[in-house]
Ligand binder design. Structure first.
Ligand SMILES: [Zn+2]
Length: 229
C-alpha cells in the first residue's frame, strides 16, 4: 500500500500537478492497480513491473497491486524539530495514524520473509508486507528541514528515498494487531520511505515514478546500483 503524507504546515507549490497541497495526490487510486483491475495498462508502478518481468514472449512474472491512502499529520515540521524527532519517528506517527484510520490492515499481510532475499512464502505472519510512506514535501521549501528532520544515511541526508522504514526494531499497531518492521530491505523491512519524489528525467508525461521504482527495486535486486542512478 502507499501512504501519502502531508505536514499541516506544508504550502509548497500548492497547485502541483502531481499532488496539490491539502489534498490527496491525483494518483491516489491509480498509483497501483487494484487487484480487480490488474493489469489496467495505466503508467503506474503495477504496469512498470508487469512490463519489466515479461520474458521472451511469456507472461509477466511479477504482479504488483495495491491501494493508496492519504494522511495529514497532526504536528507541523517545527513541532518535530522542537521535539527532536526525525523521519524515523515521523514514520511511526504515520503508521499509528494509519492503524487508526484503517481497521483491515490484515489484507496487507500475505507473505512471509523466507531465508534471505528473494525467498518469500505466501502466508500471513502478522507483519505488514510493503508500505510506501511518501511525503508530499519535507524540505523543498526550506532546506533547514533537510538538515534537522532527515537523518544521515551512508553519510548523507540528501537522499530522496530509502529502501526501508528507517527506524530500528518493530512497531506494533494495536488496532489491527499487526506489526510494521523497521530497518531496511536487507532485513525484512515492512516498507519504503520517500521524502522527495522525482520525475523520470526523460519522461515527457512527468509521471514521477523514478524514486518509487528505484527503492522497490532494491527489495528485488539488493543494495547495488548497477547503473548510474
Ligand atoms: Zn538506491
Amino acid at each position: 500500500m502507499a501512504v501519502f503524507v502531508q505536514f499541516p504546515d506544508d504550502n509548497w507549490n500548492p497547485n502541483d500537478t502531481f499532488w496539490p497541497s491539502t489534498q490527496p495526490p491525483r494518483v491516489l487510486n491509480t498509483f497501483f492497480d487494484q487487484q480487480n483491475e490488474y493489469p489496467s495498462g495505466r503508467h503506474n508502478v503495477s504496469n512498470y513491473f508487469y512490463q519489466m518481468s515479461k520474458t521472451n514472449g511469456s507472461a509477466n512474472q511479477f504482479d504488483v497491486t495495491g491501494e493508496g491512502i492519504y494522511i495529514q499529520l497532526d504536528h507541523t515540521r517545527d513541532w518535530y524539530v522542537n521535539n527532536n524527532k526525525q523521519i524515523p519517528d515521523i514514520n511511526k506517527d504515520v503508521l499509528l495514524k494509519l492503524d487508526q484510520l484503517d481497521n483491515n490492515l490484515q489484507r496487507f499481510d500475505n507473505w512471509v520473509f523466507g531465508h534471505g532475499q528473494q525467498n518469500h512464502h505466501p502466508y500471513s505472519d502478522n507483519k505488514l508486507d510493503m508500505v510506501y510512506i511518501i511525503y508530499r514535501n519535507v524540505y523543498r521549501d526550506n532546506d533547514s528541514y533537510r538538515i534537522s528532520l532527515v537523518p544521515k544515511r551512508s553519510g548523507s541526508n540528501n537522499w530522496s528515498g530509502i529502501a526501508g522504514l528507517d527506524y530500528s526494531g518493530t512497531l506494533y499497531l494495536p488496532n489491527n494487531n499487526i506489526s510494521a518492521v523497521g530497518g531496511y530491505m536487507t532485513g525484512n523491512s515492512s516498507g519504503i520511505t520517500i521524502v522527495k519524489y522525482r520525475r523520470f528525467f526523460d519522461d515527457p508525461g512527468n509521471r514521477y515514478l523514478f524514486v518509487f521504482l528505484h527503492e522497490f527495486g532494491h527489495f528485488l535486486r539488493g543494495g547495488v546500483h548497477e547503473y548510474a542512478s
